[in-house]
Design a protein around this ligand. Structure first.
Ligand SMILES: NC(=O)C1=CN([C@@H]2O[C@H](COP(=O)(O)OP(=O)(O)OC[C@H]3O[C@@H](n4cnc5c(N)ncnc54)[C@H](OP(=O)(O)O)[C@@H]3O)[C@@H](O)[C@H]2O)C=CC1
Ligand SMILES: O=CCCC(=O)O
Length: 350
């Protein structure tokens, strides 16, 4: 084991009074994790300290690539918890608020990966996830034994396997960990991680996932996390399309769609998504939490997944068409609830 790896294995200085303690391991070497409630930040913020064998040692250096709608609050929560954080984003200005709070910035994914023990990536789609991990000055160039790469982007199985192979070829470990939950759960540290890949890396990053999320699933081999995420988002995309039809139909037959939202919220098909998005959809406003272009990407990838095993998915296929229509009318960057616009007469083909 290299000295660098040993350093990585024994990081940490306790921050505040201990609220909970957990034993974990990094690269097979046990260490103890202390979680602290930190009232300086929001009530659900958690601080993290790593202690090993009562010897003070450097904190883990954590990188975060992709500071968009999701990456920004996730990185923010790590920062609030006292994590030593280094950022990269294609558009640097999006990192400025976090830099002003103490995050560092480096000018390429390669430099971030080279300077950090653990690197997270939250990119838009398969193309950007591959480019940031495997492209020129990509993270793989900075990876080495003793490091870990955690891709939390929503991508397809083949993309995740490709990135995994490239990262593991360097001797580093790889975990895919796409998330369920949108902008608000990301801000509140309430995401659900769907992980797969190196079990040791899962154990190592579990305390960091616990800062950003409320639960985590370990699903086995690389690809299972991506597949789970795509199935969940396939269901979600179809639900939203169906809800949109219901809202418009209720209005056209003279019902109050606000009452429909209330009725739905009290019955068996109640879902937080309907209660939170319904009122703004009725007003034709779509503040972006989950961009419509990403929902359509997920439906496209889910249909590919279904195709790969000859599973029939006609409902998702129809929903995908609706999102494509919405995109063609310039709604890509609106919230995915803007799919309702594609059903309005101004967008319907005569
Ligand atoms: N928003 C949501 O509710 C959720 C989103 N997701 C998934 O998380 C991922 C990120 O989503 P979200 O944060 O909403 O999306 P955003 O569009 O806000 O952020 C996308 C990120 O990817 C970067 N990016 C895009 N293209 C490239 C490229 N070619 N090269 C390098 N970087 C690139 C963007 O950089 P730049 O700032 O320069 O454009 C930005 O950092 C997606 O896979 C999405 O499906 C998962 C759960 C919920
Ligand atoms: O991928 C986006 C998921 C959004 C959500 O789970 O609310």
């Amino acid at each position: 084991m290299t000295m660098r790896c040993l350093m990585n294995c024994f990081f940490g200085v306790p921050i505040n009074a201990m609220a909970a303690t957990r034993t974990s391991s990094l690269w097979g070497i046990p260490f103890t994790l202390n979680f602290n409630n930190n009232n300086h930040f929001s009530s659900n913020s958690r601080s993290l300290s790593y202690i090993s064998n009562s010897t003070s040692s450097p904190a883990p250096r954590v990188g975060f690539l992709g500071i968009g709608i999701m990456g920004s609050p996730m990185a923010h929560n790590l920062l609030k918890a006292g994590v030593d954080l280094t950022l990269w984003n294609r558009t640097k200005s999006k990192c400025d608020p976090l830099i002003s709070l103490g995050a560092k910035y480096l000018s390429s994914p390669e430099e971030v990966a080279a300077s950090c023990d653990l690197t997270f990536a939250m990119l838009a789609d398969p193309h950007s996830a591959i480019d940031v991990a495997c492209g020129n000055h990509g993270a793989a160039n900075g990876m080495a034994p003793g490091k870990g790469y955690v891709d939390v982007s929503t991508v397809d199985v083949d993309t995740s396997k490709l990135i995994s192979e490239r990262i593991k070829a360097t001797g580093a470990l790889f975990l895919e960990a796409p998330v369920s939950g949108s902008k608000k759960p990301a801000e509140d540290g309430q995401l659900i991680f769907l992980t797969a890949g190196d079990r040791n890396l899962y154990e190592t990053v579990a305390p960091l996932l616990d800062i950003m999320g409320k639960s985590k699933f370990y699903l086995g081999d690389v690809g299972n996390g991506a597949a789970m995420k795509l199935v969940v988002n396939m269901i979600m995309g179809s639900m939203m399309a169906s809800f949109s039809e219901g809202l418009l139909l209720s209005e056209k037959v003279g019902l109050d769609p606000k009452v429909l939202v209330e009725v739905v919220s009290q019955g068996a098909i109640s879902a937080p998504m309907y209660s939170t998005k319904g009122p703004s959809m009725i007003q034709s406003v779509y503040p972006t939490a989950f961009p419509l272009k990403h929902q359509q990407k997920d439906l496209r990838l889910a249909l590919g997944l279904a195709e790969s095993v000859s599973q029939s998915t006609p409902i998702a296929a129809a929903a995908n068409e609706l999102y494509k229509v919405a995109k063609s009318h310039g709604l890509s960057d609106e919230d995915f609830s803007a799919v309702i616009e594609a059903l309005k007469s101004k967008f319907q083909q005569s």
